[in-house]
Design a protein. Structure first.
Length: 265
Protein backbone atom coordinates (compact mmCIF):
# COMPACT_ATOMS: atom_id res chain seq x y z
CA UNK A 1 0.00 0.00 0.00
CA UNK A 2 1.28 3.47 -0.89
CA UNK A 3 1.82 5.61 2.20
CA UNK A 4 -0.20 8.79 2.19
CA UNK A 5 2.10 11.82 2.10
CA UNK A 6 2.38 14.31 4.89
CA UNK A 7 2.43 17.57 2.97
CA UNK A 8 3.24 21.05 4.12
CA UNK A 9 5.24 24.18 3.55
CA UNK A 10 8.47 25.43 5.04
CA UNK A 11 9.65 29.02 4.77
CA UNK A 12 12.99 29.80 3.14
CA UNK A 13 15.34 32.46 4.49
CA UNK A 14 13.94 34.98 1.99
CA UNK A 15 10.33 34.16 2.86
CA UNK A 16 9.60 31.84 -0.08
CA UNK A 17 7.08 29.08 0.67
CA UNK A 18 8.58 25.66 -0.04
CA UNK A 19 6.24 22.70 -0.53
CA UNK A 20 7.32 19.28 0.71
CA UNK A 21 5.91 15.74 0.74
CA UNK A 22 6.95 13.21 3.41
CA UNK A 23 5.93 9.57 2.88
CA UNK A 24 6.53 6.53 5.02
CA UNK A 25 8.14 6.31 8.41
CA UNK A 26 11.51 6.82 10.02
CA UNK A 27 14.33 9.02 8.84
CA UNK A 28 13.54 9.92 5.23
CA UNK A 29 15.62 9.67 2.10
CA UNK A 30 15.61 13.17 0.60
CA UNK A 31 14.90 12.91 -3.14
CA UNK A 32 15.87 15.89 -5.32
CA UNK A 33 14.51 16.17 -8.86
CA UNK A 34 15.92 17.53 -12.08
CA UNK A 35 15.85 21.04 -13.51
CA UNK A 36 12.42 22.67 -13.82
CA UNK A 37 10.73 19.61 -12.29
CA UNK A 38 8.77 19.14 -9.09
CA UNK A 39 8.29 16.17 -6.75
CA UNK A 40 6.38 14.16 -9.39
CA UNK A 41 9.78 13.39 -10.98
CA UNK A 42 9.97 10.59 -8.39
CA UNK A 43 6.49 9.12 -8.93
CA UNK A 44 7.76 5.79 -10.29
CA UNK A 45 10.50 5.21 -7.74
CA UNK A 46 9.71 6.83 -4.39
CA UNK A 47 7.79 3.82 -3.06
CA UNK A 48 10.90 1.66 -3.39
CA UNK A 49 12.11 3.28 -0.16
CA UNK A 50 10.64 3.04 3.33
CA UNK A 51 10.53 6.79 3.90
CA UNK A 52 11.03 9.63 1.45
CA UNK A 53 11.02 13.41 1.56
CA UNK A 54 10.45 15.21 -1.72
CA UNK A 55 10.03 18.89 -2.41
CA UNK A 56 8.88 21.33 -5.05
CA UNK A 57 11.77 23.64 -5.89
CA UNK A 58 10.98 27.33 -5.75
CA UNK A 59 9.33 28.15 -9.06
CA UNK A 60 7.64 24.72 -9.36
CA UNK A 61 4.59 22.89 -8.04
CA UNK A 62 3.08 24.30 -4.86
CA UNK A 63 6.14 26.33 -3.89
CA UNK A 64 6.45 30.07 -4.28
CA UNK A 65 7.91 31.55 -7.44
CA UNK A 66 9.84 34.69 -6.48
CA UNK A 67 11.49 36.78 -9.17
CA UNK A 68 14.95 36.54 -7.61
CA UNK A 69 18.19 34.89 -8.78
CA UNK A 70 18.06 31.09 -8.57
CA UNK A 71 21.13 28.93 -8.00
CA UNK A 72 21.97 25.43 -6.88
CA UNK A 73 23.29 26.88 -3.62
CA UNK A 74 19.95 28.62 -3.02
CA UNK A 75 18.14 25.34 -3.71
CA UNK A 76 20.48 23.61 -1.24
CA UNK A 77 19.61 26.19 1.42
CA UNK A 78 15.93 25.52 0.68
CA UNK A 79 16.46 21.80 1.36
CA UNK A 80 17.90 22.65 4.76
CA UNK A 81 14.97 24.98 5.48
CA UNK A 82 12.61 22.03 4.97
CA UNK A 83 14.70 19.72 7.17
CA UNK A 84 14.72 22.41 9.86
CA UNK A 85 10.96 22.83 9.60
CA UNK A 86 10.49 19.09 10.11
CA UNK A 87 13.09 18.89 12.92
CA UNK A 88 15.19 16.39 10.94
CA UNK A 89 18.80 16.76 12.12
CA UNK A 90 20.37 14.40 9.57
CA UNK A 91 19.20 12.63 6.42
CA UNK A 92 20.36 10.63 3.44
CA UNK A 93 20.24 12.70 0.24
CA UNK A 94 19.68 11.39 -3.31
CA UNK A 95 19.75 13.91 -6.14
CA UNK A 96 19.47 13.27 -9.86
CA UNK A 97 20.31 15.59 -12.76
CA UNK A 98 20.13 19.17 -11.42
CA UNK A 99 19.06 17.60 -8.14
CA UNK A 100 22.49 15.98 -8.03
CA UNK A 101 24.06 19.40 -8.39
CA UNK A 102 21.91 20.67 -5.54
CA UNK A 103 22.81 17.62 -3.45
CA UNK A 104 26.52 18.37 -3.90
CA UNK A 105 26.01 21.72 -2.21
CA UNK A 106 23.79 20.30 0.54
CA UNK A 107 26.60 17.88 1.45
CA UNK A 108 29.39 20.44 1.06
CA UNK A 109 27.72 23.34 2.88
CA UNK A 110 25.98 21.31 5.58
CA UNK A 111 28.16 18.23 6.24
CA UNK A 112 26.57 17.52 9.61
CA UNK A 113 23.12 17.23 7.97
CA UNK A 114 23.96 14.53 5.40
CA UNK A 115 24.56 10.94 6.49
CA UNK A 116 25.02 9.44 3.01
CA UNK A 117 24.93 10.98 -0.44
CA UNK A 118 23.78 9.58 -3.79
CA UNK A 119 24.46 11.56 -6.97
CA UNK A 120 22.68 10.42 -10.11
CA UNK A 121 23.12 11.46 -13.78
CA UNK A 122 24.79 14.70 -12.78
CA UNK A 123 27.93 16.80 -13.14
CA UNK A 124 30.33 18.89 -11.04
CA UNK A 125 29.62 21.77 -13.43
CA UNK A 126 31.96 24.61 -14.29
CA UNK A 127 34.97 24.21 -16.55
CA UNK A 128 35.63 20.70 -15.26
CA UNK A 129 32.17 19.28 -15.97
CA UNK A 130 31.53 17.50 -19.27
CA UNK A 131 28.59 19.20 -20.92
CA UNK A 132 26.11 17.96 -23.52
CA UNK A 133 26.98 18.49 -27.16
CA UNK A 134 25.62 21.22 -29.40
CA UNK A 135 23.60 18.59 -31.28
CA UNK A 136 21.77 17.77 -28.06
CA UNK A 137 21.15 21.45 -27.31
CA UNK A 138 19.76 21.98 -30.82
CA UNK A 139 17.47 18.96 -30.51
CA UNK A 140 16.00 20.42 -27.33
CA UNK A 141 15.53 23.83 -28.95
CA UNK A 142 13.55 22.71 -31.99
CA UNK A 143 10.87 25.01 -33.31
CA UNK A 144 7.86 23.36 -31.72
CA UNK A 145 7.38 22.28 -28.15
CA UNK A 146 6.07 18.91 -29.36
CA UNK A 147 9.32 18.18 -31.20
CA UNK A 148 11.39 19.29 -28.23
CA UNK A 149 9.32 17.13 -25.88
CA UNK A 150 9.77 14.10 -28.14
CA UNK A 151 13.51 14.72 -28.27
CA UNK A 152 13.64 14.96 -24.48
CA UNK A 153 11.70 11.71 -24.09
CA UNK A 154 14.24 10.00 -26.34
CA UNK A 155 17.10 11.33 -24.23
CA UNK A 156 15.43 10.17 -21.05
CA UNK A 157 14.48 6.63 -22.10
CA UNK A 158 15.43 4.02 -24.69
CA UNK A 159 12.85 3.31 -27.42
CA UNK A 160 12.31 -0.26 -26.18
CA UNK A 161 11.54 0.89 -22.64
CA UNK A 162 9.16 3.57 -23.88
CA UNK A 163 7.36 1.00 -26.02
CA UNK A 164 6.78 -1.16 -22.94
CA UNK A 165 6.06 1.83 -20.68
CA UNK A 166 4.02 4.34 -22.71
CA UNK A 167 3.71 6.91 -19.96
CA UNK A 168 2.66 9.45 -18.98
CA UNK A 169 6.19 10.51 -18.07
CA UNK A 170 6.66 12.85 -15.13
CA UNK A 171 10.28 13.83 -15.79
CA UNK A 172 9.69 16.21 -18.70
CA UNK A 173 9.15 19.42 -16.75
CA UNK A 174 6.76 20.76 -14.14
CA UNK A 175 3.44 22.14 -15.32
CA UNK A 176 2.54 25.78 -14.89
CA UNK A 177 6.01 27.23 -14.36
CA UNK A 178 6.22 30.97 -14.94
CA UNK A 179 8.72 32.16 -17.59
CA UNK A 180 11.05 33.76 -15.04
CA UNK A 181 11.16 30.51 -13.06
CA UNK A 182 12.00 28.45 -16.17
CA UNK A 183 14.85 30.85 -16.91
CA UNK A 184 15.94 30.80 -13.28
CA UNK A 185 16.19 27.01 -13.22
CA UNK A 186 18.18 27.00 -16.46
CA UNK A 187 20.61 29.58 -15.10
CA UNK A 188 20.92 27.72 -11.79
CA UNK A 189 21.86 24.48 -13.52
CA UNK A 190 24.14 26.08 -16.11
CA UNK A 191 26.09 28.15 -13.57
CA UNK A 192 26.61 25.33 -11.09
CA UNK A 193 30.26 24.78 -10.20
CA UNK A 194 31.04 22.74 -7.09
CA UNK A 195 34.48 21.53 -8.20
CA UNK A 196 36.41 23.23 -5.41
CA UNK A 197 33.88 22.15 -2.78
CA UNK A 198 33.67 18.46 -3.73
CA UNK A 199 36.80 17.39 -1.76
CA UNK A 200 35.23 18.81 1.41
CA UNK A 201 32.27 16.41 1.26
CA UNK A 202 32.49 14.03 4.21
CA UNK A 203 29.43 11.86 3.58
CA UNK A 204 30.05 8.45 1.98
CA UNK A 205 28.97 8.92 -1.63
CA UNK A 206 27.53 6.72 -4.38
CA UNK A 207 27.59 8.01 -7.96
CA UNK A 208 25.08 6.47 -10.40
CA UNK A 209 24.79 7.05 -14.15
CA UNK A 210 23.39 5.52 -17.32
CA UNK A 211 26.21 4.87 -19.77
CA UNK A 212 24.14 6.11 -22.77
CA UNK A 213 23.23 9.47 -21.23
CA UNK A 214 23.65 12.41 -23.63
CA UNK A 215 22.01 15.02 -21.38
CA UNK A 216 24.67 14.55 -18.69
CA UNK A 217 27.51 12.55 -20.29
CA UNK A 218 28.57 9.56 -18.17
CA UNK A 219 32.18 10.73 -18.15
CA UNK A 220 31.04 13.03 -15.33
CA UNK A 221 30.56 10.04 -13.02
CA UNK A 222 34.27 9.16 -12.57
CA UNK A 223 35.09 12.87 -12.30
CA UNK A 224 32.77 13.18 -9.31
CA UNK A 225 34.00 9.94 -7.74
CA UNK A 226 37.64 10.94 -8.06
CA UNK A 227 36.97 14.35 -6.59
CA UNK A 228 34.80 13.27 -3.62
CA UNK A 229 36.53 11.28 -0.86
CA UNK A 230 35.16 7.78 -0.22
CA UNK A 231 32.99 7.75 -3.35
CA UNK A 232 32.10 4.78 -5.52
CA UNK A 233 30.55 4.57 -9.01
CA UNK A 234 27.99 2.34 -10.67
CA UNK A 235 27.00 2.60 -14.34
CA UNK A 236 23.88 1.08 -15.89
CA UNK A 237 24.49 -0.39 -19.33
CA UNK A 238 22.40 1.07 -22.13
CA UNK A 239 20.50 3.43 -19.84
CA UNK A 240 19.85 7.06 -20.65
CA UNK A 241 19.23 10.05 -18.39
CA UNK A 242 16.28 8.57 -16.47
CA UNK A 243 18.17 5.43 -15.47
CA UNK A 244 16.35 5.54 -12.11
CA UNK A 245 13.11 4.71 -13.94
CA UNK A 246 14.36 2.46 -16.72
CA UNK A 247 16.73 0.49 -14.46
CA UNK A 248 14.54 0.90 -11.43
CA UNK A 249 14.95 -2.59 -9.88
CA UNK A 250 18.74 -2.44 -10.14
CA UNK A 251 19.20 1.22 -9.30
CA UNK A 252 16.85 1.28 -6.32
CA UNK A 253 18.45 -1.90 -5.00
CA UNK A 254 21.89 -0.31 -5.37
CA UNK A 255 20.74 2.73 -3.39
CA UNK A 256 19.22 0.64 -0.60
CA UNK A 257 22.30 -1.56 -0.39
CA UNK A 258 24.51 1.51 -0.13
CA UNK A 259 22.34 3.10 2.56
CA UNK A 260 22.34 -0.09 4.61
CA UNK A 261 26.05 -0.92 4.20
CA UNK A 262 27.49 -1.17 7.73
CA UNK A 263 31.04 -0.51 6.48
CA UNK A 264 30.11 3.17 6.19
CA UNK A 265 29.41 3.63 9.87
Amino acid sequence: MTALPRTGHAIAADGTRLAYQWRGTGSPLVLLSGQANDHTWWNRTRDDFAGTLTMDYRGTGDSGSPEVPYSTTVFADDVIAILDDLDIPEADVYGTSMGGRVAQWVAAKYPDRVRRLILGCTSPGGEHGIERTNDVRLALARRTSIEAREALQDMMYTPSWRAANPGPYTVLGAHGMLPHAVRGHLVASNTHDAWDALPTITAPTLVLHGDDDVLAPPTNAPLLAERIPDARVRLFAGARHAYFDECRPESSAAVKEFLEDPSHG
